[in-house]
Design a protein around this ligand. Structure first.
Ligand code: PRP
Length: 213
């Protein structure tokens, strides 16, 4: 019998692209996969089990070994620095991290306030720029912060740029390109190496290349 592989999938906007990629790699996923409120989906014919997690939590499931593999945004990986292997750039969910703000901000002499879902990434970025800032952690709708005076700037994901535009904000600095990555638990990689290698190979044939940064 084949080892069952457990894969942590990100719910939400990455999910559809990730599922499509698995199908292109030849994994037969049932229709319920796309339209279900189930949080655990078994695909017996492929010896796969999927757990559907919040995108930011995917590395947690993989690091703790309850999922052998996961699909996680590079943004999450940069923020959390988990003990997992990042084995393949899936080249999906293309977006980037940027600093944004109002086009004509009030000049602030003291450390400007920066609102973000990514406090570690933002702190590191401004430290490297030699700029002192105060980081304010939010969990979503980051673009609100400069509009209502909570922060001077934000560090957030930009995909189409629509959220910035529709809220009258402008991009000030480009920080880093982001795509989703296939991540693997190190112990699983030892114990289930054949099945994991096979999945990495099948997916890399679809996406091309390996993880490069
Ligand atoms: C993300 C991100 C931006 C938006 C960018 O938020 O934080 O707000 O998408 O996309 P765009 O450039 O295409 O407009 P998400 O929708 O994940 O929700 P959140 O605000 O709850 O984080």
């Amino acid at each position: 019998m084949r080892d069952v592989l457990t894969i942590a999938m990100p719910k939400g906007r990455i999910f559809e692209e990730a599922a499509q990629l698995l199908r292109e790699a030849g994994y037969e996923l049932p229709p319920e996969f796309d339209d279900s409120r189930k949080l655990i989906i078994e695909v017996e014919r492929e010896s796969l089990r999927f757990i559907l997690a919040k995108p930011m939590d995917v590395p947690t499931y993989v690091e703790h070994g309850v999922a052998d593999l996961g699909i996680a945004g590079k943004d999450t990986m940069l923020e959390e620095e988990r003990d997992v292997y990042e084995v393949l750039d899936l080249h999906i969910s293309d977006c980037y991290l940027a600093v944004a703000g109002l086009p004509y901000p009030d000049v602030n002499d003291v450390a400007p306030k920066v609102a973000t879902k990514y406090p570690a990434v933002a702190s590191k970025y401004f430290r490297e720029q030699g700029e002192q800032v105060e980081i304010i952690k939010l969990n979503g709708s980051i673009e609100l912060a400069p509009l209502i005076g909570l922060a001077d700037r934000i560090v957030d994901i930009v995909s189409t740029g629509r959220t910035l535009r529709e809220n009258g904000l402008v991009e000030l600095e480009h920080i880093q390109a982001i795509t989703s990555r296939l991540i693997v638990n190190p112990v699983s990689y030892r114990l289930k190496d054949k099945r994991i290698d096979e999945m990495v190979e099948r997916l890399s044939l679809v996406v091309g290349g390996t993880s490069d940064d």
